[in-house]
Design a protein around this ligand. Sequence first.
Ligand SMILES: O=P(O)(O)OC[C@H]1O[C@H](OP(=O)(O)OP(=O)(O)O)[C@H](O)[C@@H]1O
Ligand SMILES: O=c1cc[nH]c(=O)[nH]1
Ligand SMILES: [Mg+2]
Length: 211
Amino acid sequence: MKIIEVRHPLVQHKLGLMRLAGISTKEFRELASEVATLLTYEATADLETEEVMVEGWAGPVKTRRIKGAKVTLVPILRAGLGMLPGVLELIPAAKVGVVGLQRDERTLEPVGYYEKLTGRMDERTALILDPMLATGGTLVATVDMLKAAGCKRIKGLFLVAAPEGLRVLESRHPDVEVYTASIDDRLNDVGYILPGLGDAGDKIFGTRHNG
Ligand SMILES: O=P(O)(O)OC[C@H]1O[C@H](OP(=O)(O)OP(=O)(O)O)[C@H](O)[C@@H]1O
Ligand SMILES: O=c1cc[nH]c(=O)[nH]1
Ligand SMILES: [Mg+2]
């Protein structure tokens, strides 16, 4: 399975700021979006391009543009919305399909409550957006939905990923590519990533803080 841990200094610096206890909603939100932009840069490095002639200031000039298959962004509600503005900075014309899943706090199983995907998923590359890949249950459920809709090329962008979740993904959907700012140490006994970021959804939306 392709797992890219992006070690770029800007990514590492910004993620380090996100780990600070007591970070404000404004700072966390801004940084989540900025790191998402940088992960998008990495995750789109293999998009195919084609040559095109355009009329430039000094006459015809050969340029390149992104070819064929288009990208669909798939933020997972609710925390994935925190990454969406940063990704749209680089891919402003992308279609957006939304998936609503929330972990049951007791069983840690994902519970689905919304799904609105774009059309022609079989022709698109899907970029799943979620700050946290913890047990992997939410991601596997999302990939199941995307594949059921015909999607053949799927990448996931995560601020932080746990080894446990990566192993689950590898066993269920090894064709999915992962781009993350950090592979952290482990999960704690209530399914939070250590050292992690605490509850990313709460921090992005300014609801209850947990760490
Ligand atoms: O890998 P898993 O163990 O499935 O956990 C990861 C999921 O948990 C968090 O969402 P949460 O359920 O807290 O929902 P929220 O975004 O609404 O806060 C996170 O944003 C992921 O979607
Ligand atoms: O560490 C974690 C795990 C799941 N969801 C979060 O927001 N944080
Ligand atoms: Mg949450």
